[in-house]
Structure formats: structure tokens, C-alpha cells
Design a protein around this ligand. Structure first.
Ligand code: IPM
Ligand code: MG
Length: 359
């Protein structure tokens, strides 16, 4: 029996309900494959602010550090939207990424054949889309110094953030992306704004140098504005995309929408070997439907699958979860966000039960 310590961060909004489903399916797959998961729940986001005054208590970071992997649901909500920036739930997420050194964020966006009609783009444009966005997660403008709102001599305020990348930061995310592309179709597109920004020139130069070590990967470059347009115009030209923190934030939401529902997409945030990764849905905490049994738990379940695959090196168990998702979709079960005519409407819990039955 292999034993894994998993930290659960249910967070806010729909977080706790979708995480319950993921825990149930993990336990079921564990029974089947002789894996034992020991779960420890910790506070983060708005829930942590209410209980302790801060979005990421030290204790939570410590529990995460001492586990094999972290399964996060979602954070944030209207209630905390008016707090100063340094106390917002989002800061907890950024603190977790920085605290664990999770520099590589993998965001797959592939369209499931069962859900093609849920996309807002035409069938022929999105059918077969299978993209992996590799986003740098602990650098760039999200973390660059100086930052802040400063008062000038005239009394006018100036807001400042700094977009900065060092060569080593570009290199380590570049390596993750080249490796990922190598395991996929062997095509990598690096996205920057090197026609305007020096930080992007350095990015492009370093990625180009690195490509000499990966002759089997076909590298291309796009400016971020063009990349956004191409994602909507002809998304099938993309396989693996590598980009910085801010561009990756934006492009990964755009890529997610190609697939019809952001409620389906998982992500993995990884650091150097040996540090626990954080696995979470791409979607947010959806406070408008929280507690109503309407949420789609599939992105959370697929995040658990990514945890098994990338965090715990248990590919068979990951396959099981992904297969169960296919089975319930084939059987016609749909939560509201992916509902279409003729399908069987279910809530979060019933979707969870269908997944358990499929396992
Ligand atoms: C994401 C989110 C976060 C980000 C927010 C919640 C801080 O949008 O994970 O994409 O900007 O990175
Ligand atoms: Mg985002």
C-alpha cells in the first residue's frame, strides 16, 4: 500500500463542494489501486481571512510544505473584494506559489468531443483543439520590484509594477516547456512582446538559444497580441505554448474558453523536483452559485488526475479518473455550465455519484 499525504485547500465559494467530490473519487481509485491518501485540510483565501485575518496563514504553508501534493479548489468572493490588495484572497494564492517555488504552471486546454457544441466558436474551428499552456508563475510583473502606489513631489499618485525576468528564470521555464512539447506533438510556440519590451527580447533570445538543445522540437515565436488573435482565429495551429506570468494568465483564459467551459479545465503548478505541486481548477470560486449544488466538479476531479500524474507519478490512477470523466459525459450527465439539449441535468453531488459509479 503506497501512502500519500495530501493537503486540501477548499477555499471559498464552490470550493468545498467540488473538493468533496474529488476526495471521494480519489478514495475510490485508491481502493482499487492500493493507494492510501491521508488528507489534511487547511485554511486559505477568504476562509482564512475570516478565521485568522490573513489569506495564507503560516501554518497552512507549513502543512503544504510537509505534504506530497496540494489539492486546491478555489478562492475569493464579493465579501473580500473591497479589502486592500495585501489582504485579498488572491494574495494567498500568490503567496502559496512563491512560498513553494511553483514556477511552472501547466494549463491544458483540449476540447472533449462530447462538448464541442458548448464552445462559443464554430465546430470546425475548435474540433480537435489540444493545447498546453506553460505559464511562468513566480516571476514577471506579478512579483517584480519596485511595486506599489507612490506619491510624487507634486502629490500625484503613481502606480508602479515591474516586469522583470532573469535568464535563469527564462531558462528553467523554457526547459519545462521544451520537455512538455517533446512529449506532445513536438511543436512549441513562445509568446512575448519583444517588439516593445526589453524583458521580452531577453526572453526570446534565451528561448531561442535553448532550442539548440532540443533539435526535435520545432520552435516558433509570436507577439502576444497576435497570439491572442491566432488563438481565436485558428487554435489548432498551437500545440505547446510557453509564456510569462501575465501573458500566460490572459492567454490561458482565452484557451480555456475554446473548450466550451472553463468548468472542465485543471491545472498543475510545479516547482523543482521534490517540492509538492499545487493542483487546482482553472476556474474561480463562483460565489453566485456557491452552496446550491450547481457547480461542475469535473475540473477539480481532473486536477486530482493531474496531481496523480505529475505530482505523485501514479499515471494509472490518473488514467482511471480521466476515463471516469469520459464515461459520465458519454452517459449524458451534464451540470448547468455544459448542459445542452437532450442531456441529463445533474448537480454537483449527482455528478460526483456518477463519477464514483463509473469508477
Ligand atoms: C489565475 C488567476 C490568478 C492569477 C489570480 C486569482 C491571482 O487569475 O490563476 O489565473 O492571476 O494568476
Ligand atoms: Mg487567471
Amino acid at each position: 500500500m503506497t501512502n500519500y499525504q495530501i493537503t486540501l485547500l477548499p477555499g471559498d465559494g464552490i470550493g468545498p463542494e467540488i473538493l468533496d467530490v474529488a476526495v471521494a473519487v480519489l478514495n475510490r481509485v485508491g481502493e482499487k489501486l492500493a493507494l492510501q491518501f491521508e488528507f489534511k485540510t487547511a485554511l486559505m483565501g477568504g476562509a482564512a481571512i475570516d478565521a485568522t485575518g490573513v489569506p495564507l496563514p503560516d501554518e497552512t504553508l507549513e502543512i503544504c510544505r510537509n505534504s506530497d501534493a496540494v489539492l486546491l479548489a478555489a478562492i475569493g468572493g464579493y465579501k473580500w473584494d473591497t479589502l486592500p490588495n495585501s489582504l485579498r484572497p488572491e494574495r494567498g494564492l500568490l503567496g502559496l506559489r512563491a512560498g513553494l517555488g511553483l514556477f511552472a504552471n501547466l494549463r491544458p486546454a483540449s476540447i472533449l468531443p462530447q462538448l464541442i457544441d458548448a464552445s462559443s466558436l464554430k465546430r470546425e474551428v475548435v474540433e480537435g483543439v489540444d493545447i498546453m499552456v506553460v505559464r511562468e508563475l513566480t516571476g514577471g510583473i506579478y512579483f517584480g520590484q519596485p511595486r506599489g502606489i507612490f506619491e510624487t513631489e507634486t502629490g500625484e499618485k503613481r502606480g508602479v509594477n515591474t516586469m522583470v525576468y532573469s535568464e535563469s528564470e527564462v531558462e528553467r521555464i523554457g526547459r519545462v516547456a521544451f520537455e512538455a512539447a517533446r512529449k506532445r506533438s513536438g511543436r512549441l510556440c513562445s509568446v512575448d512582446k519583444s517588439n516593445v519590451l526589453e524583458v521580452s527580447q531577453l526572453w526570446r533570445d534565451r528561448i531561442t538559444q535553448l532550442s539548440a538543445e532540443y533539435p526535435d522540437v520545432e520552435l516558433s515565436h509570436l507577439y502576444v497580441d497576435n497570439a491572442a488573435m491566432q488563438l481565436l482565429r485558428a487554435p489548432k495551429q498551437f500545440d505547446t505554448i510557453v509564456t510569462g506570468n501575465l501573458f500566460g494568465d490572459i492567454l490561458s483564459d482565452a484557451a480555456a474558453m475554446l473548450t466550451g467551459s472553463i468548468g472542465m479545465l485543471p491545472s498543475a503548478s510545479l516547482g523543482v523536483a521534490g517540492t509538492p505541486g499545487v493542483f487546482e481548477p482553472v476556474h474561480g470560486s463562483a460565489p453566485d452559485i456557491a452552496g446550491q449544488d450547481k457547480a461542475n466538479p469535473i475540473a477539480q476531479v481532473l486536477s486530482a488526475a493531474m496531481m496523480l500524474r505529475y505530482g505523485l507519478n501514479e499515471p494509472t490512477a490518473a488514467d482511471c479518473l480521466e476515463q471516469a470523466v469520459q464515461t459520465v459525459l458519454d452517459a449524458g450527465y451534464r451540470t448547468g455550465d455544459i448542459m445542452s439539449v437532450g442531456m441529463k441535468p445533474v448537480g454537483c453531488q449527482a455528478m460526483g455519484e456518477a463519477l464514483l459509479a463509473a469508477l
